[in-house]
Write a protein that binds this ligand. Structure first.
Ligand code: RBF
Length: 161
């Protein structure tokens, strides 16, 4: 029950040296999104990215992550973009609408720009589940988003030459 779900094999992660990352952070539930952001940024730095190559922008909520990421993608300055948000299951259907929209929106951006746009969005049932995955007992999903960004950026560079 206390398994860290975010553990990874560091040997399988390519170097992030010289890679440029955009990070879009939702301002809903900032306690969680800030912890995810910190995890993501520290992981990028750990694998060799430079502070100057990590650009952060905020958006009001997870629904806005798609446009935030598109605006960054349009700059054509990034090897990958990470979207960070938390949508907590409530009593209304908003949860479904937001999750569906941002999931599809981010998928579309990957294809439209041929660019890794990473889905770093938690969709827990409760606040405690979110805390457990944002630097709590289950690790930090921000770390995982960063690892995915590095791996996909490396794959793109390898295949595109
Ligand atoms: N944004 C989130 O990032 N996480 C949420 O849990 C969340 N819940 C919302 C619940 C309701 C009822 C509404 C109206 C908005 C919610 N939003 C949430 C904000 C949403 O992502 C977006 O910023 C707004 O709907 C404005 O487009």
């Amino acid at each position: 029950a206390l398994k860290n779900l975010s553990s990874y094999n560091a040997d399988s992660v390519p170097s992030a040296e010289g890679l440029r990352f955009g990070i879009v952070v939702s301002e809903w539930n900032t306690e969680i999104t800030e912890a995810l952001y910190t995890g993501a940024k520290e992981t990028l730095l750990k694998f060799g990215a430079s502070e100057k190559d990590i650009i952060r922008r905020n958006v009001p909520g997870s629904f806005e992550l798609t446009l935030g990421a598109q605006l960054l993608a349009e700059r054509k300055e990034f090897d990958a973009i990470i979207c960070i948000g938390v949508v907590i299951q409530g009593e209304t259907k908003h949860f479904d609408f937001i999750c569906e929209a941002v999931g599809q929106g981010i998928t579309n951006l990957n294809i439209k720009y041929n660019l890794p746009v990473i889905f770093g969005v938690l969709t827990p049932n409760t606040m405690q589940q979110a805390l457990d995955r944002a630097g709590g007992v289950h690790g930090n999903k921000g770390d995982e988003a960063a690892i995915t960004a590095i791996k996909m950026a490396a794959l793109k560079n390898e295949l595109e030459g």
